[in-house]
Design a protein around this ligand. Sequence first.
Ligand code: SAM
Ligand code: SF4
Length: 325
Amino acid sequence: MKDSFGRAIDYLRLSITDRCNLRCIYCMPPEGVDWMPHNDVIRFEEIIRICRLMAAMGIRKIKITGGEPLVRRGAAYLVRSVKALPGIEKVTMTTNGVLLGEYIDALIDAGLDSVNISLDSISEDNFNRITRKENLAQILSAINRTCDLGLPIKINCVPLKGVNEGDIAKLAVLAKNGNMAVRFIELMPLGAAAALRPIPVDEVMSLLEKEYGSLSPAAVKPGNGPAAYYTLPGFKGYIGFISALSHGFCESCNRLRLTAAGFLKPCLSSDMYLDLRALLRGGVSDSEIEKAIAELVSRKPACHSFGGVQGRLNHSQKEMFRIGG
Ligand code: SAM
Ligand code: SF4
């Protein structure tokens, strides 16, 4: 499946819930939000049908996300079901890690290929301040266990000015001692994040170099997404940087996003979406759905519009916990 700019679209991010057991300051308000009514959330059988059609159209990789995907019962069943679809090569997950220890065996058994774990601090006070909860020990233990079980891990941290500068070098230690990538992701000005300031990539790099020596571009990339990977002297794992705003990567964007409401979005920043839930529940045929998806793909924008529409980014379908990051 190619869009009108010739980009091959082979990656689908699936948000399976808007609910979460953390309240990260850049993602959700402290009191949480009004969760979507149960019946509005896309059902597993609907997701599997969408994935089957999209796999036939060229989707090869699926990332399961949320909200927090592991708060939805049956997440491992979904992994198994989409992994079994003809054409699907990789199924991965992005999680905050709170429930990972509980489900890791079932997820590996279901065929999960790798896991991204979001972690913005490994100091307890700061972790509690950022997530407004107290689950650090649980997450660190799940990371150790996942590593021992041999599932590839990427740790994702969002560097925030005045919040976690002091945590950056400490988080990188995970890539020093373990065969995993620690990635620093530029804050995007969506929802709650609009009131916070990112730490520029150059500043994150110099914090790391001050502590560990020179960063060198990695000869082999441990992932095929938009991250730029580096190595540090004596490190087993990798350091990655994802900076959608300052170092745009739209020209190689290969992804679509399905929100927990069943809206298919061609771009994180765009208002445009296809209401697949309505089509599925309206009894529309597979070929009509494929036609609608192909039409949406043909309208995928050349580039995100974060530079121009920040004032409008509070729309409820533009919050990260609904879209899935
Ligand atoms: N709850 C899971 C987690 O935290 O990994 C999955 C959903 S979360 C929305 C997916 C990713 O989006 C996380 O790595 C999180 O740090 C990131 N994220 C959330 N809001 C963000 C923002 N405003 N800018 C950049 N990344 C953000
Ligand atoms: Fe929850 Fe993930 Fe958002 Fe944090 S970033 S509040 S863990 S959905």
